[in-house]
Design a protein. Structure first.
Length: 97
């Protein structure tokens, strides 16, 4: 993972009344709020991908499409029908969100 330093824009007044500000910039600087939002979105996508994978494996198991090693059998005669049903169920789930 990339090391992240958290910055915020800082504005102060000097003893002489002059404004002093520090606004980090550059191609590798990201504001803390933007980083936090991106990190949360990334985690939500990761969790959704894990849930989808678990759903697919559950459906494959229920439909008897797993081989003796627990992998989806690509030679099962009902494989294409089962895949179509799983895809339809996933589409139905995503349309409810």
């Amino acid at each position: 993972m990339t090391e992240v330093y958290r910055y915020k824009v800082v504005k102060m007044l000097s003893e002489g009344g002059n404004r002093i500000s520090y606004d980090p910039h550059g191609p590798e600087v990201v504001m803390a709020e933007a980083y936090d939002q991106l990190k949360a979105e990334n985690e939500a996508l990761r969790l959704a991908a894990v849930a989808a994978g678990e759903f697919i494996m559950h459906e494959a198991e229920v439909r008897g499409l797993l081989d003796d090693k627990g992998q989806v059998s690509h030679r099962h005669p009902r494989r294409q029908q089962a895949i179509a049903r799983i895809e339809a169920a996933l589409a139905k789930e995503s349309s409810h969100d």
